[in-house]
Ligand binder design. Structure first.
Ligand code: HPA
Length: 274
């Protein structure tokens, strides 16, 4: 099967679950947003294991199902759990769900993740609106034959994150007294956390936070001209003079603490954004 046939096969199956109304937003629930799942009025759910061609997340704290439903009266399709490059998936597999979103007619994407902060003004538990990213993954998600039906060979990346969505998120934060940071997310392959020197490198490169996801998904979403915004929960801090002893559990704990704020931001964005 070629890639278009795979996309068609998978989209056709998901389409039968979401026939009530085309979702207005696709949402990827990373470690910083997993409990948004509890806020959705569920219409249907599909396990990744029942979706042909879909990657299956293997990381604890990450589930594996698509949830279709309503938040604030608006239709959404949520990925509870995502595939990461470090799990061994190819970039095509990691970003396959993003192709499906477009094929289903969804034009907006909200992404969330947990990351390590390298900006000295950041604190653990801060929520960062990603305003730009630096792609440091060893493989580009658009490498290989271009999918001309989705986008051009050399896609523009001058506006990766929607300034209108960012403004709306900042307004919501201000109105609700939620502190938000805004910054650049650097995507590295992982799965080891960074050494002190690597945190230092991320800072020198122009990054405010570093993580192991999001960048491939956003690149593919922009290739096909989806409108994108992304939120990152700062779960630990690193730098050349700080040697954090990070563990997956600590990341999840810090993400859980910040999650109510992330949920408030995302719910209000869905409610208000036209
Ligand atoms: N690096 C450092 N800290 C983190 C990460 C990461 O990739 N993810 C969450 N906290």
């Amino acid at each position: 099967m070629d890639i278009y046939e795979k996309i068609n096969e998978t989209a056709r199956i998901i389409q039968s679950y979401i026939s009530e109304h085309t979702p207005e937003f696709a949402i990827i629930l990373g470690s910083g947003l997993s409990r948004l799942e509890n806020e959705v009025e569920v219409i249907s759910e599909i396990k990744y294991s029942n979706i042909p061609n879909f990657p299956k997340s293997t990381v604890s704290g990450h589930k594996g199902k698509l949830i279709y439903g309503k938040i604030e009266g608006r239709y959404v399709l949520m990925m509870a759990g995502r595939a990461h490059y470090y799990e061994g998936y190819s970039m095509q597999e990691v970003t396959f769900p993003i192709r499906i979103f477009k094929q289903l007619g969804i034009n907006r994407l909200i992404v969330s993740n947990a990351s390590g902060g390298v900006n000295p003004n950041f604190e653990i538990g801060d929520v960062m609106i990603i305003r730009d990213h630096i792609n440091m993954f060893p493989e580009h998600p658009l490498r290989g034959k271009n999918l001309d039906q989705f986008g051009t060979r050399f896609p523009d990346m001058s506006k990766p994150y929607s300034s209108a969505m960012i403004t709306e998120l900042e307004n919501i934060a201000k109105e609700n007294n939620i502190k938000v940071q805004k910054g650049v997310y650097v995507g590295l392959q992982g799965p080891s956390f960074e050494t002190p020197a690597e945190y230092g490198m991320v800072r020198i490169l122009g990054g405010d936070a570093v993580g192991m996801s999001t960048v491939p998904e956003v690149i593919v979403a922009r290739h096909q001209n989806m409108e994108v915004c992304a939120l990152s929960v700062i779960t630990d801090l690193g730098g050349p003079e700080i040697a954090p002893n990070v563990s997956h559990e600590e990341v999840l704990n810090a993400a859980n603490k910040a999650m109510p704020n992330v949920i408030l931001l995302v719910k209000n964005l869905i409610k208000r954004y036209r």
